[in-house]
Write a protein that binds this ligand. Structure first.
Ligand code: FES
Length: 263
């Protein structure tokens, strides 16, 4: 049988033998991230309409929680940028997601085209591995995990507080508003994303040589592994829902939406 010599050549940027619409996923990822990034940055810069107290409610936007400062602390550069608690909080969950293993795989393709998709030509010849500077900095992810877990706990507490409405007697009484459901669902979804984190799996049991000797940790590890299989799904759902939770509090505090009381 005659041999056929096929010259190996590097595919040019965007060239591929693939026949499918390989560009669709990175395009959707790009659009989805941009929508969230623009909205979250804008919302965190507002410094207003993050708290709804109408009808005795106590709804705090997750972008502004924990609400440590309501006015600019002395170290805030007020001459450069107007104070907003959201701007102090935003970098922490933002960097947790930015360094997430799933997000990295997604935005390397969608934003850096490195490569645009599997077996598609990329715009550069060099290889930026994650073992050298600057991408080695992505390893800080494991430390942002601790912050992310703390934020889930804080937001759960906010959800609990949203169930207690100030009455005419000056006491708080149990109730449920649509906003309560939003503020409770939000940390649950964030938890489903956070506890499926690769670093959390490692922390909870992956670093052990014989995890079967620790049955409790084995159970936690199996739960985290189950969530990890759906990590991409929880990443997207929790990202848009946290944005929606801010939007909900914002619009009810502005009087554009009505917060219906269920109980
Ligand atoms: Fe995605 Fe840690 S790997 S949150």
């Amino acid at each position: 049988m005659p041999s056929i010599d096929v010259p190996l050549t590097r595919a040019g940027f965007g060239q591929s033998a693939r026949k499918d619409a390989w560009w669709r996923e990175p395009l959707l990822v790009f659009a989805g991230y941009m929508i969230f990034l623009v909205y979250a940055t804008w919302a965190c810069m507002q410094g207003s309409n993050y708290l709804y107290t109408g009808g005795g409610a106590d709804y705090l936007s997750p972008f502004y929680s924990p609400l440590i400062f309501t006015t600019a602390p002395s170290w805030w550069p007020s001459s450069l940028i107007a104070f907003s608690m959201g701007l102090i909080i935003l970098p922490f969950p933002g960097l947790f997601r930015f360094t997430c293993y799933y997000y990295r795989g997604a935005y390397y393709k969608a934003f850096w085209a490195d490569p645009p998709s599997c077996t598609v030509g990329e715009p550069r010849k060099s290889y930026w591995g994650e073992r050298t500077f600057p991408l080695i900095l992505q390893n800080v992810h494991r430390y942002f995990l601790y912050v992310a877990i703390a934020l889930v706990v804080i937001l759960l507490h906010d959800g609990w507080k949203s169930l207690w409405f100030l009455g005419a007697d000056g006491e708080r009484h149990f109730g449920i508003g649509v906003g309560s459901l939003v503020l409770i669902a939000n940390p649950i979804l964030l938890g489903l994303y956070t506890f499926g984190c690769h670093s959390f799996r490692h922390l909870i049991g992956g670093r052990l040589d014989e995890i079967s000797n620790s049955p409790v940790r084995k159970s936690c590890y199996d739960c985290a592994s189950g969530l990890n299989k759906q990590h991409m799904r929880w990443a997207w759902i929790s990202m848009f829902f946290v944005g929606f939770a801010d939007l909900y509090v914002r619009l009810v505090s502005m009087g554009i939406w009505t917060d219906w009381r269920i109980l």
